[in-house]
Every structure is written in C-alpha cells, then in structure tokens.
Design a protein around this ligand. Sequence first.
Ligand code: ASP
Length: 217
Amino acid sequence: MWAAPYGTFALLAVLVADAPKWDLFIALGQYGISVIIGLLTLMGFYVLLVFFFARVSPTTFLKGISPAQLLAFSTSSSVATLPVTMERVEDHLGVEEEVSSFVLPIGATINMDGTTLYQAVAAVFIAQAFGIELDIQTQLGIIATATLASIGSAGVPGAGMVMLVIVLAQAGIPEAGLSFIFAIDRPLDMCRTTVNITGDATVSMLIAKSDNKLHLE
Ligand code: ASP
C-alpha cells in the first residue's frame, strides 16, 4: 500500500513519456477547465439566489457553508458530508431543523447540479473526441438524460462517472470514451461534489425563507 502511489506515478510517467502527441493532454486540460468554469458559474448562481431570495450576503453564506464545502472537496461524497452540511446550515445559517432535516438528506441523494453539468460536458467532449456531430435533438437528449442520471447517481465518489454510461448510450456515443476522462475524474469529482452540497444548502435556505423558518441574526 505504501508503494502504490509511487507505482502509479511510474506507470503514468511512462504513459506520458510514450505519448506520441500532446494533443490529448491539451484536450483533457481544456475539458477539465470547461467543467470547472461551469461549476464556478453554478456556484455564483447559488450565491445570487441566496442573496436575492433569502437576503443573506454572499460572505455570510460562503463563510457559513465553507467547512462543509471543504469536507465535500476532500471526500468527494455528498452523503459523507451530510452531517456537517446539516450542522452548518442549522447552526450557522439559521435554517430550522424541521426544514434542514427534510431538505438536505433528499438533496444529498437527488440534487446534484454539479454532476449534471459534468456529465453534459463530458458527453460532448467524448463525442468530439470521436468526431461525432451532435444535432440539437441529441444535445437536448443529453441535457435530459444527464439530469435524470444525476438524480440516479449515489452521493459517493465516482458515481457520476458510472451513470455517465447512460447518457452516452442514449446519445449514441461509444462508452469506450470513458477511458479518455478517467484520468482526471477524481479532481473534477472533488469540485462537483462541493457544488452539489452548496446547491443543497441553497435550496434549504430558500425553502426556510419562504416558510419563515430562516432565523439568521
Ligand atoms: N461524488 C458526487 C457526490 O457525492 C457524485 C458524483 O460522482 O458526481 O455528490
């Protein structure tokens, strides 16, 4: 076990050194950056929602939820982060337990906007790697199946990538393409899980506000 990281590094080093062209790595980098830009946009959208509808400032919201975000980032699991998300939302963002104990467990299982976004970008990337043209119908199909597949994904590391198979199959994209994105899936999983739990916290605050159950001094 101690030697495993060095072994993996050596295997990858050989692969990189033997690679005939850098194109694939550049493409992978662009794909990763696209996913991260999308996730940051989503995060900004949540902050705006909380600001306009729950009347909570971005700093208060981000400061309150950041320990849960850090845990989500390090574990890549919405479900493992759930107890901390609940604690932060109740004790630091003023959501009543009645709301958080209902909204957050459901959110951790079905509300995964970060995963939806990642699956859609990954499907388009793989299609482009195979030189497959995607017409508008197929693109709409990708949006619909990515939404459903993310609902079906478990809140555990790597689940979004497993469910991506469904999105690819529906769009007629070869599932073998998963091997392209496998190498950088973990860092992207860390980022999308952070967005997933922020989305859950956002929804719990909006519901608490609409129900007069948000008490933030
Ligand atoms: N790891 C993500 C989560 O727990 C699911 C995924 O793989 O996208 O929210």
